[in-house]
Design a protein around this ligand. Structure first.
Ligand SMILES: *[C@@H]1O[C@H](CO)[C@@H](O)[C@H](O)[C@H]1NC(C)=O
Ligand SMILES: *[C@@H]1O[C@H](CO)[C@@H](O)[C@H](O)[C@H]1NC(C)=O
Length: 278
């Protein structure tokens, strides 16, 4: 009983906010050294000016891990949501995109960069869980990196330490690695299921039911997205501030989501017609 309680609590905390795991020998960085003063700060909650914006996110201090429920055509395993991206929003939830055209990459380049770092398991995971809604997954990967990752104040090439010179695209690897690691701790399918919200061709759900399930798992609400006009669940956005480090090595602190774009009642959650289960 004691062990069970302890591990449940530990898991819930780790899932959303834990330090970056380094499974499979992957690691982010190396990053340039940061001052103790900066490392004591949290994005959007800093109590003193940030000295080095490589150390604490100052441009988009609210981070969103966003997910899709693509049921038709079905994308990804039928018992899982899939990855949309990792986005930097400003503290007031406004945002910018495509901040550095000189760093933009294609899907093929992303694949090469990840392979060069030895990230075969990461690529395999991305091919299963980071799915473009139409055909070529690399199109979504490059869209997410080019639009969003180029807008972090931290994670820029000049934020890396010397070794960056031998791998000038390490931040590309770090973006995809960090995003998938966050996603692994945000299992929307299981969290909704635990709250009695399961895919159905007949039943509908209320926004309150969905938010109660999310809140029970993570202690905060999410931004819930539905397609119009049929009010069908389509997206889940998890919001965070980042403490004591940059977007790739800092600790993610869950915060409440913004205004959901679903009607409060009658939310549909159809099963994936035929998930990529095989
Ligand atoms: C937080 O950091 C930003 C960037 O350095 C700065 O503009 C702002 O004044 C800081 N906030 C506080 C309360 O010091
Ligand atoms: C959602 O709410 C709007 C505004 O009240 C309404 O016009 C629309 O019919 C609703 N859609 C569904 C699917 O319930």
């Amino acid at each position: 009983m004691y062990t069970l309680t302890l591990s449940t609590v530990a898991l819930a905390t780790l899932a959303a906010a834990g330090p970056l795991s380094q499974r499979a020998g992957y690691t982010v960085g190396p990053f340039a050294t940061c001052s103790a003063s900066d490392l004591a700060q949290t994005s959007c909650r800093n109590t003193t000016a940030i000295q080095n914006d490589c150390c604490i996110e100052t441009r988009g201090g609210q981070l969103l891990q966003t997910q899709f429920w693509d049921y038709s055509p079905a994308k990804g395993p039928s018992a899982s949501w899939t990855i949309h991206g990792l986005w930097p929003d400003r503290c007031d939830s406004s945002y910018e995109g495509y901040c550095d055209p000189s760093r933009e990459v294609t899907g093929d380049e992303i694949t090469e960069i990840i392979q060069d770092v030895g990230g075969h398991n990461l690529l395999r995971y991305m091919r299963r869980y980071w799915k473009d809604s139409s055909t070529v997954d690399g199109n979504l990967w490059s869209h997410e990196y080019n639009k969003h990752a180029t807008c972090f104040s931290s994670g820029r090439p000049e934020c890396y330490a010397g070794a960056y010179g031998t791998n000038p695209k390490k931040d590309v690897f770090d973006y995809f690695y960090r995003t998938t690691e966050l996603f692994k701790g945000l299992d929307t399918y299981q969290v909704l299921k635990a709250g009695g919200v399961v895919p159905s061709t007949e039943k509908t759900y209320t926004l309150d039911q969905i938010q109660a399930a999310i809140k029970k798992a993570y202690g905060v609400t999410a931004t819930v997205g539905c397609t119009k006009p049929d009010n069908t669940l389509s997206e889940m956005w998890y919001h965070f501030h980042v403490k004591g480090g940059n977007v790739y090595n800092g600790e993610y602190l869950p915060i409440n989501g913004g205004t959901s774009f679903c009607n409060a009642t009658g939310i549909r959650y159809p099963p994936k017609e035929k998930g990529d289960d095989n």
